[in-house]
Write a protein that binds this ligand. Structure first.
Ligand code: NDP
Length: 331
């Protein structure tokens, strides 16, 4: 049995609070593999879990952290051995299974991805779930026939998923138009490779019409709601929008006309329950052909677990940009 530190979220009559507490490995849920976590990251969903959102985490006390990268300590099943470098993202990690904001996790062996050769555990968590999701969005657009030319729209561009999508599409040679609600993020988005930045208001201007002038060869949407509807209504004939998020709204105010008159496609993207072999393929791609040169620019903060409570309200209020890396083994 090993004692370790974890960020625990607790519920009381006053609401939800969190504190860095001592735990021991016997407190962890059952599972095949015990992992010493070195790195994690901050995602929108982590902030929801940490602030008591029951749609993400039903039972408290709880350790959030939907991402973890570390080293196998004990493995009772599957292909894993002590010392393996592994990545765990999604499934139930950090939702109702103690997550990556603790120095140890215990999880089913089927949740593990091998950290690819050529990628460090630290870099894997700069990508994190946000980066994996962005890569899946881009991959789904390419699989659906995204042409090399023309413009690709990215919404929520300064956020975790959006900023990785901007950098990846730009590196792959696409002409990226980034939508952001933060005027002061536009220059930063251009350093990531955005060819053009537009405001949320500009995207939505006149966008309540049933169809808009066709413009986009592809859309990566991380926000849902009106921005997604505006993106779909302005897709070129036969083009696709990849949809993964709902920070603006879970509803899409749209009718069938773009689908039945322009043959456009709406592609759903899920990085949480995705079968692990597809996750492994995507991580391998991020370590090789899609290895992002802009990774240091995407990293906007590196923090110990003890500082995370300062960041939860910021990401929920859309005051963050890029990716926050969590150094789980730092004091
Ligand atoms: P972030 O908070 O990092 O980014 C979200 C961005 O959306 C913000 O930075 C902001 O960017 C923009 N935004 C915020 N509020 C609004 C609004 N009201 N209207 C329009 N745009 C807004 O979150 P993540 O990138 O981590 O996640 C984005 C979404 O994707 C979340 O809903 C998350 O739950 C979902 N997600 C889904 C996954 C899946 O598997 N399907 C996996 C990972 C995330 P800006 O200011 O630049 O406009």
């Amino acid at each position: 049995m090993t004692t370790f530190k974890a960020l625990r979220v607790e519920q009381s009559e006053q609401g939800f609070s969190n504190a860095l507490l001592d735990r021991n490995t016997d407190d962890l849920p059952p599972g095949d593999v015990l992992i010493r976590v070195l790195w994690s990251s901050l995602n929108y969903k982590d902030a929801l879990s940490a602030s008591g959102n029951k749609g993400v985490t039903r039972n408290f006390p709880h350790t959030p952290g939907i991402d973890a990268a570390g080293i196998v300590e004990e493995a009772s099943d599957g292909p894993w051995s002590k010392g393996d470098k592994v990545i765990v993202t999604g499934y139930d990690l950090g939702m109702n299974t103690d997550g990556g904001y603790g120095e140890y996790i215990r999880v089913p062996s089927e949740w593990l991805v091998r950290c690819p050769l050529g990628m460090t555990l630290r870099d894997s968590m700069i990508y994190g779930t946000a980066g994996l999701t962005a890569a899946l969005c881009v991959s789904s657009l390419i699989d659906a026939g995204l042409p090399d030319d023309g413009e690709v729209l990215v919404t929520g561009a300064s956020g975790g998923v959006g900023s990785v999508a901007v950098a990846l599409l730009a590196q792959l040679g696409y002409h990226v138009v980034a939508v952001t609600g933060k005027p002061d993020a536009q220059e930063w988005l251009k350093t990531l490779g955005a060819a053009e930045c537009i405001s949320r208001e500009a995207l939505l201007e006149g966008a309540s019409r049933q169809m808009l002038k066709p413009r986009w060869n592809g859309v990566v949407d991380t926000v849902g709601g009106e921005p997604l509807a505006a993106g779909i209504k302005a897709l070129n004939y036969g083009a696709s929008a990849a949809c993964c998020g709902m920070v603006a709204s879970a509803d899409i105010p749209i009718n069938v006309f773009p689908f039945i008159l322009r043959g456009v496609n709406l592609l759903g993207v899920d990085s949480v329950e995705l079968p692990v072999e597809f996750k492994q393929q995507m991580w391998d791609l991020l370590a090789t052909d899609w290895n992002l040169h802009a990774l240091p620019t995407l990293l906007t903060a590196e923090v110990p677990v003890s500082e995370l409570p300062d960041y939860f309200p910021k990401i929920l209020k859309s005051e963050m940009r890029g990716r926050v890396l969590v150094n789980v083994s730092a004091e």
